[in-house]
Design a binder for this molecule. Structure first.
Ligand code: GYE
Length: 310
């Protein structure tokens, strides 16, 4: 029998892994890219990936996790739509001895309820955006409107916190309106229209959007109001999706901070190591954040990124 085992190809061995992925939905181009890349990374490793799209509803994610537990998967990937309300279902995964890895967002739950979180430093991203605006305005008065991400999500909380930290002490910079656009283009446009009506386009100096998709929606609203996005209203956002680089190439946006869609690579590496020999990863696997501005070759970046599944 030993002889027979020695002829089993490695991929067949790796194919034994079945992993459930509870994905939030496809609210943004970035999230669509994360899904594409996660499926590619699983394929590369011969992992059987069970994919569940929650249409941005926490109750659907909880149902998916319970289904994965019932199926007896080897591990669970979870991109948690909001930060709270996970303790009970994560306890159930723990009781079933199924490791959980968080992708791109964190949860307010005891650390023993998940193996590791693969995310960027979301506070730092907000700080980089705020610091960019501090430098860009150089002391000039600038009233800011803010499009927040999904209410209660860790990126919305942390990106707001980081931005406010960076602009504090610069009393020329003031956030005059702040509201959620739920990370979507359509809501970004609708909320920006309400900001323009409430504040008056001429009184808005800058937009800080927690993701590029809301910024792209806002750009449409700014144009329809007869104003020049990127000039009359400076725009800084986060993700570095292809379409924000296209906007920047056209001078219609000013800065973005890159979030890699490949959270699954480090996550699956950590899971394989743990399932193979019990190696425990650090509680946080941090991905890099890079600022892009009009100084970068945005058309080249757009061309490079446009076929990556956004
Ligand atoms: O910035 C946005 C997506 O969770 C950090 O979620 C992620 C955010 C990302 O909707 O495009």
């Amino acid at each position: 029998i030993a002889g027979a085992m020695s002829f089993v190809p490695m991929t067949a061995m790796a194919a034994d892994l079945t992993i459930g992925f509870s994905q939030i939905g496809s609210e943004s181009g970035w999230r669509a890219a994360e899904t594409t890349v996660t499926k590619q990374e699983a394929e590369k490793r011969g992992i059987d990936l069970k994919f569940a799209d929650a249409q941005q509803k926490q109750e659907n994610q909880i149902k998916a996790i319970r289904s994965f537990i019932a199926q007896g998967v080897d591990a669970i990937l979870l991109a948690p739509v909001v930060a709270t309300g996970w303790d009970e279902v994560l306890e159930e995964a723990k009781d079933a001895e199924i490791p959980v890895v968080l992708l791109d967002r964190t949860v307010d739950a005891p650390e023993d309820l998940y193996m590791t979180a693969v995310t960027s430093d979301l506070v730092h991203e907000g700080s980089v955006a705020g610091q960019w605006l501090v430098d860009e305005t150089a002391g000039e008065k600038c009233d800011i409107v803010e499009l927040q991400g999904t209410t209660g999500s860790s990126p919305a909380i942390d990106r707001k916190k980081g931005f406010e930290q960076a602009i504090s002490g610069h009393d020329n910079l003031n956030i005059v309106r702040s509201q959620t656009g739920d990370f979507t283009r359509s809501q970004g446009k609708v909320v920006m229209e309400s900001f323009l009506k409430a504040v008056g386009g001429a009184n808005i100096c800058a937009l800080y959007a927690h993701n590029d998709d809301m910024a792209v929606g806002a750009i449409q609203a700014i144009k329809e109001a007869g104003l020049k996005p990127g000039e009359d209203i400076k725009i800084v956002s986060i993700d570095s999706v292809p379409d924000i680089h296209l906007a920047m190439a056209n001078g219609e946006a000013n800065a973005t901070i890159e979030l890699t869609p490949n959270m699954a690579g480090p996550a699956l590496d950590a899971l394989e190591a743990y399932l193979a020999d019990g190696t425990m990863p650090p509680k946080w696997i941090q991905t890099e954040s890079k600022l892009y501005t009009l100084k970068d070759d945005n058309m080249a970046i757009y061309e490079m990124k446009k076929d990556l599944g956004y």
